[in-house]
Design a protein around this ligand. Structure first.
Ligand SMILES: [Fe+2]
Length: 200
C-alpha cells in the first residue's frame, strides 16, 4: 500500500487552505488510492487472453501510468511550492538552477516567459525538466498525466494547470493563478533535485 505524503503547509501566497486541501487531500490522495488498487489487481491479471482492443491487462496497464504519473506529478508540484517561496528576482543571485536556466534558455526571463505562456496553452501540466540524454533543460507540456512526458527526464519544476488546481480561488482566471504559483516556488527544492541526480 502506498503512502499519502502529507502537505507540509496549510496555505500559500494567493492559494487558500480550502483550495490546497481539496487538491491534496481529495484529488492527490485519490490517485494514491487508485495506483495501489491497480497494482493489487495486476498481481492476478489474466495474461493468457490479452488483446489490443480490450483486455484486463491492457486497461490496467493504461491506467497504471495515468495513476502513477498522477501521484508523481502531484507530489512534485506540492514539493515545488512553499510559503517561504523565493520571488523570481532572488534567482538573479548565483545558484545552480539559475545557471542552468541561463545556459539553456539564454536568460531567466526567456525561460519564465515561455513557462508562463505554456501554462495558458496546456490542459494539464507544464514541467521544467532536465533531459539526462541531451543534458539540458526543457519546458514540457502535458495535457494529461500520461501524455507528453519525455523519458529519461527529471522533473525539476512542476506546475499543475488543471482547473481543479485553482478554480476555488481564481475561477477561470488562470493567468492570476500562474502569477501566484510563481510567488511560492521553492527554488531550494529545485536545487536539491540537481544535487540528488548529480546534474551540473
Ligand atoms: Fe492536480
Amino acid at each position: 500500500m502506498r503512502i499519502i505524503k502529507p502537505l507540509k503547509y496549510k496555505e500559500l501566497k494567493g492559494l487558500s487552505e480550502k483550495q490546497l486541501s481539496e487538491h491534496h487531500d481529495v484529488l492527490y490522495a485519490g490517485y494514491v488510492k487508485k495506483i495501489s488498487e491497480i497494482e493489487e489487481k495486476l498481481k492476478n491479471v489474466d495474461l493468457s487472453s490479452t488483446n489490443a482492443t480490450h483486455s484486463d491487462l491492457r486497461e490496467l496497464k493504461m491506467e497504471e501510468t495515468f495513476a502513477l504519473n498522477g501521484v508523481k506529478l502531484h507530489e512534485g508540484y506540492f514539493e515545488n511550492l512553499t510559503p517561504d517561496g523565493s520571488p523570481s528576482t532572488s534567482l538573479r543571485v548565483n545558484n545552480q538552477i539559475k545557471d542552468l536556466i541561463v545556459q539553456d534558455f539564454g536568460s531567466y526571463e526567456n525561460w519564465e516567459k515561455e513557462f508562463k505562456a505554456m501554462g495558458l496553452a496546456a490542459r494539464g501540466w507544464v514541467v521544467l525538466g532536465y533531459d539526462l540524454d541531451e543534458k539540458k533543460l526543457k519546458n514540457i507540456l502535458c495535457d494529461s498525466h500520461n501524455q507528453g512526458g519525455v523519458w529519461n527526464m527529471i522533473a525539476i519544476l512542476i506546475m499543475d494547470v488543471y482547473e481543479h488546481a485553482y478554480f476555488l480561488d481564481y475561477a477561470t482566471a488562470r493567468k492570476a493563478y500562474i502569477e501566484a504559483f510563481f510567488q511560492n516556488i521553492n527554488w531550494e527544492f529545485a536545487n536539491s533535485l540537481l544535487d540528488k541526480y548529480n546534474i551540473k
